[in-house]
Design a binder for this molecule. Sequence first.
Ligand code: F0G
Length: 452
Amino acid sequence: MKTIIEPFKIKVVEPIRMTTREEREIILREAKFNVFNIHSSHVLIDLLTDSGTSAMSSLQWSAIMRGDEAYAGAESFFHFQRTLRELTGFDHILPTHQGRASERILFELVGGKGKVIPNNNHFDTTRANVEHSGAEAIDLVIDEGKIPSSRHPFKGNIDIKKLVALIERVGTEHIPLCMVTVTNNSGGGQPVSLENLRAVRKVCDQYQIPLFLDACRFAENAYFIKLREPGYQNISVRKIVHEMFDLADGATISAKKDGLVNIGGVLLLRDEELAQRADALLILTEGFVTYGGLAGRDLEAMAQGFQEVVEEDYLEYRIRSTAYLGERLIKIGYPIVEPPGGHAIYIDAGQLCPHIPPKEFPGQALVCALYRAGWIRAVEIGTLMFGGEGKIAPLELVRLAIPRRVYTQSHIDYVVEVCEELYDNRSQFAGLRLTNNPPFLRHFTAAFAELN
Ligand code: F0G
């Protein structure tokens, strides 16, 4: 087998700059050990997120020039609408400025006090929007999904028994919808099988609960289905994508992931009455229904991006290059969430640094170490992100998210070399103490001091 290469050549470049260890030390201290406070020009390899960080194609950039900026009825909207209809089969397609805007509209309409939303794992903004509406967000991923070393092929699946038990316990009248996140970001970028989606659908039908997808990474999920689910090896990704959406009554999408754009979101709905109410909220808070908080050119870039993301040579490269980083880290000895996910590698910092208790944020300690040693920016997904008020997260993970079509294999080889150097010094990483602890989504604005 030959090397799976980046299926593109580079036309525009953006320089990145090396720095000294002393400079990095000053920057990290000034940022109060929170990498969200660091200027991106002070980062060499930015693995903070795969969201909004994609490189757009020449076709997307040329589509931008076709943007119709009319307030109402812009042709760019109809192009965007046709593309999404073809891809997903949904009729009601609302553009929003990003995923959480779709979430806010949805949960303002269906959430509220006394309501309960099941999901495999809510992403942080999804949970925050559910809770902001007054509702309760419950995570029901299968047990294997919580064990980093388990190599279950679909670790993002929902535990059907737990879903039924929850519905029986709280009553269907309190569950306005059931959500499934594909791929499961908070659970390690792990896919959900079509078999599991069908089983969730069956339960939802039985109890008459609508099923919604958080479909930010639908194409990566579909490619995992093609690779791993029996019977799908010769089915096209486009067909698998359609099959996933056919099972749902609605979906929230951040186009900043598999839309291959820097900004944009979508809300998909089937129910006519709900769609009308969503349109009204969209107009109130995002913009008219044919632009929803975006420029016409953004809609054109999305329409093109949603087509490119289901190209199979792109997906083969995408999934393979993420796995490459994961496999090299495993070889060094890093405990990671296995098998490697679609958009990111998640290092189990709790296991890597047993000398740092969760309340001293072992994940954040590794994030700081990566920055110091290699000017690499990663993000903590553990007690900092999901804890608070004495609550500790089930896992102390650090995510190395890979922007789409941005870094080449040599960039990733450099990341591996930095990780190799750090591995031997891991017992020296210092825990952290919070000096500012905000009440919501605290990881974005928290401040720390280093212990010892
Ligand atoms: N749902 C999932 C599964 C996500 O991963 C994200 C964003 C959102 C919803 C919200 O979308 O950012 O466009 O408002 N995830 C980014 C990340 C921020 O880094 O994983 P958004």
